[in-house]
Design a protein around this ligand. Structure first.
Ligand SMILES: C[S@@+](CC[C@H](N)C(=O)[O-])C[C@H]1O[C@@H](n2cnc3c(N)ncnc32)[C@H](O)[C@@H]1O
Length: 234
């Protein structure tokens, strides 16, 4: 099983495959007050930027699991270039449990692997030390008509109802959303110019023609996103 090709093309230029900038990812790493040698498991780790930069900045030791062969190859290259102690496993993370309990277990931008936020917390909890920290990266709705996402208060309520203390959070903003979404447009345009006859070209052409207006109209003003740090209640 591998991630469909359209994702890896759209996210060619990204190191972080979520609406965080380098700065916000670093802020989160500092906020967690990680000790050197702390162990971090990242499920659906993408290109491994969280694990690699935290290993560089805080001397953490990481394991990442991701479905995408392309992203895992990029993650391994990044770990080599930063000379950090991070291991990547290519495969389905939806039932992955660490061999040894870890200090931090995260799933950032992929809570479908546990069937939603509560199931993903339960999955992460199986790998955590008793006072370990779970990280969940999740969208929420800031404004606009009701939709499939919870509001921020309802999301925080859900995390508490599931039996976890919210102990830190870092939230994306409209500018960091742009780095995730708008950066995809140039990736798509370049792909179209270089591969006009690719089987994905018609769908990408449609996406580039309609996506930016849809984004600024519906998503940018309304959709929030954040990473929530949680510790299980005793
Ligand atoms: C939105 S990206 C987030 C990547 C990374 N956490 C980040 O924030 O940069 C979602 C990731 O989930 C991965 N993914 C999707 N389903 C998966 C599964 N069942 N097991 C492992 N990885 C999965 C994709 O390959 C992709 O890298």
């Amino acid at each position: 099983m591998d991630l469909p090709r359209h994702h890896t093309i759209r996210e060619t230029s990204h190191r972080i495959i979520d609406p965080f900038t380098d700065h916000q990812l670093a802020t989160l790493g500092r906020a967690l007050r990680l000790d050197p040698g702390a162990t971090v498991l990242d499920l659906a780790c993408g290109k491994g930027e969280l694990l690699c930069t935290w290993a560089r900045d805080h001397q953490t030791v990481g394991t990442g699991v991701d479905l995408s062969t392309v992203f895992v190859a990029a993650a391994r290259e990044r770990a080599t270039s930063l000379n950090v102690d991070v291991t990547f496993v290519q495969g389905d993370a939806s039932s992955y449990v660490a061999h040894e309990p870890v200090d931090v277990a995260s799933c950032v931008g992929a809570t479908w692997i546990g069937g939603g936020v509560v199931g993903t917390l339960e999955l992460l909890g199986r790998s955590l030390k008793p006072r370990g920290i779970a990280l969940i990266g999740e969208p929420f709705w800031r404004a606009g008509p009701p939709n499939e996402f919870l509001s921020l208060p309802d999301l925080v309520r859900q995390l508490g109802d599931a039996g976890w203390d919210l102990v830190e959070m870092v939230l994306a903003d409209e500018h960091s959303w742009d780095r995730y979404v708008a950066a995809q447009w140039l990736n798509i345009r370049r792909f179209l110019d270089e591969h006009p006859d690719d089987e994905l070209a018609p769908a990408f052409r449609e996406e580039l023609s309609t996506g930016p207006l849809d984004y600024v109209t519906n998503q940018r003003p309304n959709l929030g996103w954040g990473v929530f740090a949680l510790m299980r209640r005793p």
